[in-house]
Design a protein around this ligand. Structure first.
Ligand code: AMP
Ligand code: GLY
Length: 424
């Protein structure tokens, strides 16, 4: 079968490497892919937001199945357009992708269906929002309603910071129309857990849990990034917590979306915080997480393509979804300076014995050489039978990758190791 994957980051590379293991998959195309993905798929110069372009490519090339991985095309309706053109897809339609596309929608959904989340208020008028933060408790959390490249959340420690955030989002419109409305919510505390799940709108199967490391610097300092590394499973996600999440969060969300006439089919991502009052939803994503996918999929033992098709065909409950009992760690190598200004165009060296476990995010191929072209350049994943081994193996492997100005965090997995008493 000819499969096309929309997107061009480390997450897409991880999806493609897993799809390659499936006997049913004969050819994979990446739209647009990247210089590293080119080793595992045919890269096609169609942007991830170019919906007309992807429909045209899929029909002209008789694509049998499409996986739409990034948030933008999902929220813009890529799955609707491809499905209308007769291409079966993995991913939610536009109606369901709104669960990530609008924070106002997702907060109201959780309130209506009693799904645990932070208390909140919604504002579409800056003056009212400014008035509200004069008396609300701090710290407080300000969120732009729409997509904002993962940067639309500001934790304000003081009222002044809250006012600045409101002005930046609603008046200066730094996130464009995503800032027409905002959510101001209660500041929650506790460890964070990411849980990616497969759902066909009726059944839901959680994947192995994971822990992201969002800040640029060691010790969770510095600016927020797209993610500097991950480990799986997340030790804070105990079997007891998992059971509570299934009962009070996961299934209620699937049912709520169905009752709203927006059945969600695809990968539904739950960003959770394990608060002293139990697990609560911090955010929903309508897609695989990045770089969570780079630790979750290497632990999947079952056939990803078969699972994806069962989601599309709404027969997930009868499909085998099995994960190994092992552990995984992914360390992201970035261009020095990321997420602020950085330089690109440097040759990347990857030792042959680690290529298999490298997921390339920001690189292009020029005259046969792989060159850096983005902030997050690649992720190096290792799997092992224990978390300490996985972390050690990942760091050993990172040393076999090299490019000028390469930067990576030295403490990916440290917090997880501390949680299990294994950090020296
Ligand atoms: P997001 O961009 O929605 O993933 O949010 C970025 C980060 O902000 C999350 O990973 C949390 O660390 C933090 N965050 C979001 N909402 C809250 C909240 N209500 N309380 C505390 N931290 C939050
Ligand atoms: N790692 C968080 C995300 O994919 O949004």
């Amino acid at each position: 079968m000819k499969v096309m994957v929309v997107g061009g980051g480390g997450r897409e590379h991880a999806i493609i490497k897993k799809l390659k293991e499936s006997a049913a998959v004969t050819e994979i195309f990446a739209l647009p892919g990247n210089g590293g993905i080119a080793a595992d798929a045919v890269c096609v110069p169609v942007g991830a937001k170019d919906i007309d372009g992807m429909v045209k490519f899929a029909t002209q090339n008789k694509i049998d199945y499409a996986v739409v991985a990034p948030d933008d095309p999902l929220v813009l309706g890529a799955v609707d357009a491809l499905t209308a053109a007769g291409i079966p897809c993995f991913g939610p339609d536009k109606n369901a992708a709104i669960i990530e596309g609008s924070k106002v929608f997702s907060k109201n959904l959780m309130k209506k269906y009693g799904i645990p989340t932070a208390e909140y208020s919604v504002f579409s008028d800056a003056a009212e929002a400014l008035e509200y933060v004069r008396t609300c408790p701090v710290p407080t959390v300000i969120k732009a309603d729409g997509l904002a490249l993962g940067k639309g959340v500001i934790i304000a420690q003081t009222r002044e910071e809250a006012c600045d955030a409101i002005k930046t989002i609603m008046e200066d419109r730094v996130f464009g129309d995503s800032g027409k409305s905002i959510v101001i919510e209660e500041f929650l505390t506790g460890p964070e857990v990411s849980v990616l799940t497969f759902t066909d709108g009726k059944a839901l199967v959680p994947m192995v849990s994971s822990m992201d490391h969002k800040r640029a610097g060691d010790g969770d300092t510095g600016l927020n990034t797209g993610g500097m590394g991950t480990v799986a499973p997340n030790p804070y996600y105990t079997p007891e917590i998992a059971e509570i999440c299934m009962k009070t969060i996961f299934m209620p969300t699937v049912e709520a979306m169905r009752k709203e006439g927006r059945p969600f089919k695809g990968c539904l991502y739950f960003g959770l915080m394990i608060t002293p009052d139990g697990p609560k939803v911090i955010e929903y994503n309508c897609r695989f997480g990045d770089p969570e996918t780079q630790v979750v999929l290497p632990l999947l033992k079952s056939d990803l393509f078969e699972i994806m098709r069962s989601v599309t065909e709404e027969r997930l409950s009868g499909t085998q979804v099995e994960f190994s009992d092992g552990y995984a760690c992914c360390v992201v190598a970035a261009s020095k300076g990321y997420p602020s200004a950085y330089q690109t165009g440097y040759p990347i060296d990857i030792a042959d014995d680690v290529t298999e476990n490298v997921y390339v995010a920001g690189a292009k191929k020029e005259n046969g050489k792989l060159l850096t072209s983005g902030g997050r350049v690649l992720g190096v994943t290792a799997t092992a039978e224990s978390l300490p081994e996985a972390v050690k193996k990942a760091y050993d492997a990172v040393k076999k990758v090299n490019f000028e100005n390469m930067y990576y965090r030295k403490d990916i997995g440290k917090r997880a190791l501390m949680a299990i008493g294994k950090d020296k």
